[in-house]
Design a protein around this ligand. Structure first.
Ligand SMILES: O=C(O)CCC(=O)C(=O)O
Ligand SMILES: [Fe+2]
Length: 359
């Protein structure tokens, strides 16, 4: 027998073989998670609550053992790049219409119990973090189509293919895991994923890609026009520094490697939409080779309401197929978390040890 996998009790969610670990929740597990989520929602009242963030790891220890084991194994073994949990029911009426604006002051309680369940699972992988430069510094992001961004390469886009990418590839503090929870996906839009271990790249190009020769620039989501957070005091100073970093990264990015970490099974960092086209033909060729290999290895997951996916942002790239948004309250709606394995790495970019907002 090979390494133990959680049995595929449901039909497979993916249409191509790639490193996905699937966990179909059993009824008793769903009931336990719902009970904890309801209690936590009542106690803290807000997914952005600092007290909840502080206590979340302790509470996550109460999740059913099989869920904890599966997520810990996923984190420790790194043998799969994607984890999908299915089976949590989502009440479509309860969550209400997909919002027309991301800053919309909707009643937070509508999604709170789902947010809590998602956050607690994420807390088994690390600590969810927020970006001061994204969605007003909120820890839990919304991903739904917005008319004004319809054609953009951003979570709020829809009409264009969201090309595969490492999340926040330009940033040294980019997330270890990208978490998405599906609240609604009537359009059956596919989230795309490709695992680095499936990439067929010859040794020469592997070697080029492993050298610090590639330049990344900040993506649109971090640029000043897409966040209007007004800060005072120390936060204003940190924000100023972070904007300086973004500007520096835009005007004069440091060269970095695309493949790094273990030579046999490397980590990956790539986002062609936000990388400078190399002048050196050898580097351009290497990028073409890995890009074609990723296209070949690409698989996908059509998230259903209640599905939670964690993509290992060091082991896989992800994206999204295009779709026709209606902007009528019924569009696809995901919640999103960035999860750091080690908060200390970002300490000098956060206000205090417990704060989760990275500047
Ligand atoms: O919409 C999706 O399925 C993925 C979007 C995405 O790339 C992200 O939220 O980082
Ligand atoms: Fe992304």
């Amino acid at each position: 027998m090979g390494p133990e996998k959680y049995p595929l009790e449901e039909p497979s969610l993916h249409d191509k073989e790639f490193g996905v670990l699937e966990l179909s929740l059993r009824d008793a597990e769903v009931a336990a998670i719902e009970r904890i989520a309801a209690e936590v929602a009542h106690r803290y009242g807000d997914i952005e609550s600092a007290e909840f963030h502080r206590d979340s790891r302790a509470i996550a220890e109460e999740l059913p053992r099989r869920v904890r084991e599966a997520l810990h194994r996923f984190r420790a073994s790194e043998s799969d790049s994607t984890f999908v949990t299915s089976g949590l029911p989502v009440d479509d009426e309860r969550v209400g219409p997909t919002p027309p604006e991301w800053r919309d002051n909707r009643e937070p309680s509508r999604t709170l119990v789902y947010d809590v369940a998602f956050f607690l699972m994420a807390a088994l992988l690390g600590d969810p973090i927020a970006w001061a430069t994204q969605q007003d510094g909120r820890i839990m992001h919304d991903v739904f189509p917005l008319k004004a961004h319809e054609n953009e390469q951003i979570g709020w886009g829809s009409a264009q293919l969201l090309t595969w990418h490492t999340e926040d590839a330009f940033h040294p503090l980019r997330t270890d895991y990208l978490g998405l929870m599906c609240l609604r996906n009537n359009e059956q839009v596919e989230t795309t994923v490709a695992d680095v271990s499936d990439l067929d790249i010859d040794p020469h190009n592997r070697e080029i890609l492993s050298q610090k020769r590639f330049r990344f620039v900040p993506d649109n989501a971090h640029r000043p026009q897409n966040n209007g957070l007004v800060q005072t005091g120390q936060a204003a100073e940190l924000l100023r520094r972070s904007q300086e970093r973004v500007e520096k990264a835009m005007s004069d990015p440091e060269p970095e490697a695309v493949l790094f970490g273990g030579p046999e099974l490397p980590y990956l960092r790539i986002d062609p939409e936000y990388m400078l086209v190399p002048e050196d033909p050898e580097e351009r060729k290497a990028l073409d080779v890995i890009s074609s290999a990723i296209d070949v290895a690409m698989g996908g997951v059509v998230l259903q309401p209640g599905d939670i996916i964690f993509v290992d942002n060091y082991r896989a790239v992800h994206g999204r197929k295009p779709f026709k948004a209606r902007f009528d309250g019924t569009d696809r709606w995901l919640r999103r978390l960035n999860v750091a394995r080690d908060l200390r790495k970002s300490r000098d970019c956060r206000l205090d040890a417990e704060s989760r907002v990275i500047y």
